[in-house]
Structures are given as C-alpha cells and as structure tokens.
Write a protein of this length. Structure first.
Length: 233
C-alpha cells in the first residue's frame, strides 16, 4: 500500500495537466519510437519550438520531452523516444501502445529557439526532438546539426524521421569536440545550442572558450541527462 507521501503526491498531480491518448507509435530505427499523442487539451495551449512537456509515469514521476511537432488545431503532438536514454521515462514510453491514456503537463519553457539566423545545434540522441522542433518551424533555414551517438546509423535514421539531416554524427566525445570547433570557426555569427549530456556540454563549452570562439556569440545550453544522477529535466 502506498505511503502517505505517495498518496498526497498522486492526489496533487491529479489536479494538474490533462489527459491525451496515444494515437500512433512507429519505430524509425531500433531503440527509437515516434509517438503521437492527441487530445482536446492540446488545442488550448500555446507551444513554441523548443518548449517541453512533462509526462506522468505510472509511478507518479514527471519526465520531460521536447515535441518536434505540435498541431494546435488538430490537438496532436509528436515526440521521439529512444537512443541512449535508459531511465524511467524511457521505460514508461516503451510500455505505451495505441489507445493508452497519458497525463501531460505543459508546455513549459525549455530552450529558447528564437534566433534571427539558423543555429548550430550540438547534442546526442536526446537532442533530436529539439532539432526536429527547429526543422519543423524553419523549413527554409535548416540548422547545422552535430550529434554524438552510440548507434550512428540508427541516430541518422531517427533524425531523418523528424525531418533532420545531420551535418555530422560521430561516436565519441572527442570527435564531437573536434567537429564543433571546425563548425564554429566556419560560422562566426551562428548561435550555438549545446544540449544532451551535462558532462559533454561542459567539455564543449570549455573547448569553445579555449579556442577563443565565444566572443559575442549567443550560446544556449540545456542538459537533458547527467551521467551521475537521474531525474534531470
């Protein structure tokens, strides 16, 4: 039987957000899933590319995801699950099938993609939703996308499923850093978005600073996960 705190937490969560239904689930690559959620509540909220939503898991945790598509008129959003993420949120999404009901909170601010020119977006598989959000809202101005992935081919296939054509997908952090320095030197004024693993972001920022390439450049950062702790938003 759940304890008092768990029951209070569950009752509190019942008061927020709204329910949506799983409308479709597709597998663009092994370990990845495109999930479509639909519900009337999605027609009543204003989403900006880069905003996230929180999904309530079966054990009353909240996990954040960045939709790459939000059709307000139809009350439908799409998000991507998969890649190297192995936490409770990923496990929860892996249990969903068509027709399942999910409680959703949001949208809420996560990464501000309000740029005057296309950015350089750097991350890993967890950044694909963010990349797709830019691609869907700026089809005539594609971002420069650099990704690190454990499964390079799978990551490329998943990226293409969200209408993203990565400029480079590498398999190590060192390669990611080296490629980023090349891109930043070639695009002096492009905004820079660093996302994904907290430790990788720290290494990327240090490399850009060491190369003296961050003067006057807009840099935005969002860690989606951390090697040393769980539950990172």
């Amino acid at each position: 039987m759940p304890g008092v705190f768990a029951r209070v937490k569950s009752a509190g969560l019942d008061r927020f957000g709204f329910h949506v239904a799983v409308e479709d689930v597709q597998e663009p690559a092994p370990g990845f899933a495109l999930i479509t959620l639909a519900g009337e509540g999605l027609t009543k909220n204003v989403w900006h590319p880069g905003d996230c939503v929180k999904l309530r898991t079966h054990d009353d945790h909240l996990r954040s995801y960045t939709p790459f598509d939000w059709d307000e008129s139809a009350g439908r959003i799409r998000l991507l699950r998969g890649g190297r993420a192995i936490g409770p949120g990923t496990h929860f999404l892996s249990t969903l099938s068509i027709g399942a009901q999910v409680q959703l909170l949001g949208p809420k601010k996560s990464v501000d993609l309000n740029f005057e020119r296309a950015p350089i977006i750097v991350g890993d598989e967890t950044a694909l939703g963010l990349c797709g959000a830019w691609a869907g809202s700026h089809p005539e101005s594609p971002a420069t996308v650099l990704l690190e992935a454990t499964d390079v081919d799978g990551c490329r296939a998943a990226a293409h499923a969200v209408d993203v054509n990565p400029n480079s997908v590498v398999s190590t952090r060192d390669d990611l850093i080296a490629r980023l320095i090349e891109l930043v030197r070639a695009s002096a004024d492009a905004p820079l978005v660093l996302s994904g693993c907290a430790q990788t972001i720290a290494a990327l920022r240090a490399a850009v600073k060491s190369a003296e390439l961050n003067d006057g450049r807009v840099i935005r950062v969002k860690a989606y996960w951390d090697e040393n702790r769980a539950g990172l938003d």
